[in-house]
Design a protein around this ligand. Structure first.
Ligand SMILES: CCCCCCCCCCC/C=C/C(=O)SCCNC(=O)CCNC(=O)[C@H](O)C(C)(C)COP(=O)(O)OP(=O)(O)OC[C@H]1O[C@@H](n2cnc3c(N)ncnc32)[C@H](O)[C@@H]1OP(=O)(O)O
Length: 364
């Protein structure tokens, strides 16, 4: 993964502040409140003034919006302000401001489709012929999509798959393109990518929902412990065959799974690769709710559309309260899991398992 994207400069910010005054359309109170909060955060940092009294309604609303930005850095607030103003300027000139993901940098390949509609940003794995196995490019594109979604106007972000599978995990051919530095270099760069990828889920600030439209394997299962809600079709299954592949758990599952389902159920999945049905995963607490396949899409999207109308700041803040105290621990777990896998990927056990799959001798 390349370095962080360049953040907006003070000059960009000043230009955006002037641009706001030239907007042709009134952006409405909610957006004005967001602009106010980002401006305060960008210029003064985290909210540091006493909360106005209950009856001072206007100032209290402004204070709440500023305070909701928590410890967002001045630089990130400046960038968010510039992004918001540039979207507002574009939409006041464009005839179709609601065009899905119009202002979003689209993924590099068609294997990932990102859309924004009805307050929901949807990241769809779109490689159905390969059961949505994750290529190296897809990891990069998902990272970029999550970073964009964390700053966009949507209230909720969803990850789902196209076709009959949710995701068959890491594309095992990722390990067949040996770089000049050989196996060691490949394992090093895979571990760095894995770590960045999982960090994005740990840090994601808005409600994150998995719409599991079919069987899920490997890393697509382990990261579910970092989602806020997981809806599954009754056709889904949940499989983490790490020992079969000579690998070890990732996605913080070595920590989240024992916490969610207790250590012996977690061990059955993570050590012995026991595949869970959707109902079993729900009973273990990994899945929030299971729906009949025939009505899955209709029921889930109707529910998500209703949830996306809830006040977005309240949802963000509630997520922060629920997740923040765990973040440091999760980052440490992610670092450890990635470094253990770096060694595993150089082992004979792992190489033989991958070779077996690729030569069509083994399937899960
Ligand atoms: C140097 C940088 C590298 C960066 C890498 C980043 C590293 C991060 C890695 C994090 C660690 C992740 C771990 C995991 O996710 S472990 C799990 C890995 N997944 C698997 O082992 C699944 C393998 N697939 C199967 O067993 C079966 O395909 C499956 C049971 C999923 C479906 O079986 P079914 O019979 O229904 O369908 P097919 O097998 O015919 O599949 C259709 C085609 O899709 C291809 N396929 C499916 N899954 C994968 C996969 N994971 N990797 C590669 N290819 C996959 C399959 O080969 C078929 O292709 P063809 O039609 O061409 O034959």
């Amino acid at each position: 993964v390349g370095g962080p994207a360049m953040l907006a400069s003070q000059k960009d910010f000043n230009n955006a502040v002037s641009q706001v005054k030239l907007l042709k359309e009134d952006p409405g109170n909610e957006v004005k409140l967001k602009l106010y909060a980002l401006y305060k955060q960008a210029t003064e940092g985290p909210c540091n003034v006493p909360k106005p009294g209950m009856l001072d309604f206007i100032n209290k609303t402004k204070w709440d919006a500023w305070n909701a930005l928590g410890s967002l850095s001045k630089e990130a607030a400046r960038q968010n302000y510039v992004d918001l103003v540039s979207r507002l300027s574009a939409s006041s000139e464009s005839p179709s401001p609601e065009a899905p993901a119009a202002d979003r940098k689209q993924p590099e390949s068609d294997s990932l489709v990102v859309t924004s509609e009805d307050g929901i940003t949807t990241i769809r794995l779109n490689r159905p012929a390969k059961k949505n196995a994750l290529t190296t490019q897809m990891y990069h594109d998902i990272i970029a999509a999550l970073q964009a979604a964390s700053k966009d106007e949507s209230a909720i972000t969803v990850l789902t798959g196209s076709g009959d599978y949710y995701c068959s995990g890491n594309d095992l051919t990722n390990f067949t393109h040996l770089p000049a530095g050989g196996l060691e270099e490949m394992a090093r760069s895979a571990a760095a990518l894995l770590r960045d990828f999982v960090n994005c889920f740990i840090d994601f600030p808005k409600p994150l929902v998995a719409v599991v439209n079919g069987p899920a394997v490997g890393i697509s299962v382990t990261i579910l412990g970092l989602f806020d809600v997981v809806y599954a079709t009754d056709r889904a299954s949940f499989h983490t065959p790490f020992s079969h592949l000579g690998q070890s758990p990732e996605g913080c599952s070595s920590y989240t799974f024992p916490k969610i389902m207790g250590s012996s159920k977690a061990a059955e999945m993570l050590l012995f690769g026991k595949k869970l049905t959707a109902q079993e995963a729900c009973a273990q607490g990994l899945v929030t709710e299971v729906f009949p396949d025939g009505t899955f899409q209709k029921e889930v999207w109707a529910r998500l559309k209703a949830y996306s109308k809830l006040p977005p700041n309240a949802m963000r803040i509630s997520k922060q309260i629920i997740r923040n105290r765990e973040k440091e621990k999760l980052h440490a777990v992610n670092a450890e899991e990635s470094s253990v896998l770096r060694e595993r990927w150089q082992s004979d056990e792992c190489m033989n398992a991958i070779a077996s799959f690729l030569s069509r001798k083994a399937k899960l």
